[in-house]
Design a protein around this ligand. Structure first.
Ligand SMILES: Nc1ncnc2c1ncn2[C@@H]1O[C@H](COP(=O)(O)OP(=O)(O)OP(=O)(O)O)[C@@H](O)[C@H]1O
Ligand SMILES: [Mg+2]
Length: 272
């Protein structure tokens, strides 16, 4: 399905991603973990062509993603929607218009400027908001919502593109634990119910273990772990975060100590 081979990105003398190879044969929920600067964001950004790669290849269902140009590249970018830590909504615009922005690839900018969206798109946007438990906020300005609600609006905007892959760069890093849980559960549900692939950069081991089918650990641009959450032993965690790590940056020592405990996969529902 998705094949990343020897994908490399250099910034001057610095190799941000070093010959990353990842093969995914079915839509999985994948968590990418690693210390700050490990190359997680650069890897995601190369995947949807926000950042040009230096060498290597990406193919999706046989399509050579790294060779796409112009309209083909934009179509690919719509196929792998991106969600960011800071939500990237238009704060003063209402929620439903923010979600409708997800259809911009299909509509003229002029039509969007005057909010001339087809009724079918508006209904779809409301249905998606409903599904994420935030339809009651549809007329409000995005800035009036809590962080967790805003991130769900960003997920709704991504879903408007009907993407095959959702790329999430630290989707819960700005959220309190309660909102973080709601957002991770929403992503998990979208993966399970729609069969979409989700690839999320995550700050903590615990989140990756709890929600993901597969965990990829990066260190200094290289993939140093690729396996099931239950294979993420204390030794593997030390390979990813470094033996010297106080784990203050990305994981707590309690999390490392708790690694031998059976993992708790969650498929809980998003509360209304
Ligand atoms: N536009 C850029 N120009 C130069 N160097 C960059 C650029 N973007 C990233 N880098 C470098 O590439 C390396 C990987 O950065 P990246 O942002 O991918 O790490 P990360 O794992 O996402 O870190 P964090 O957890 O802090 O978000 C770092 O050394 C960073 O300084
Ligand atoms: Mg990053």
């Amino acid at each position: 399905m998705l094949r990343i081979d020897n994908l490399t990105k250099t910034f001057g003398a610095n190799t941000a991603v070093d010959r990353a190879t990842i093969h995914v044969d079915r839509p999985m929920m994948i968590g990418i973990i690693g210390r700050s600067g490990a190359g997680k964001s650069t890897l995601l950004r190369m995947l949807n062509r926000l950042t040009p790669h230096s060498s290597g290849t990406i193919t999706f269902n046989g399509l050579d993603v790294t060779a796409l140009k112009g309209g083909d590249m934009r179509r690919w970018q719509a196929q792998c929607a991106m969600i960011f830590q800071q939500f990237n909504l238009v704060p003063r615009m209402d929620v439903v218009s923010n979600v409708l922005h997800g259809t911009l690839n299909r509509h003229s900018t002029l039509a969007a400027l005057f909010n001339l969206y087809p009724a079918s798109d508006i209904h779809r946007a409301i249905d998606i908001l409903e599904r994420l438990g935030i339809a009651q906020h549809a007329p409000k300005r995005a800035e009036a919502l809590s962080g967790g609600q805003q991130q769900r609006v960003a997920i709704a905007r991504a879903l408007m593109q009907d993407p095959q892959i959702i790329l999430a760069d630290e989707p819960i890093a700005s959220l309190d634990p309660m909102n973080a849980q709601v957002v991770m559960e929403a992503l998990r549900r979208i993966h399970e119910e729609d069969g979409r692939m989700v690839i999320a950069n995550l700050h903590t081991l615990d989140t990756a273990r709890r929600y993901c089918d597969r965990v990829i650990g990066m260190r200094d641009g290289r993939i140093v772990f690729d396996g099931l959450p239950e294979q993420l032993t204390t030794g593997a965690a030390r390979d990813i975060y470094g033996a010297d790590a106080s784990f203050s940056e990305a994981a707590t020592s309690t999390e490392i100590d708790a690694l031998d405990r059976p993992s708790a996969h969650t498929t809980a529902r998003v509360p209304a």
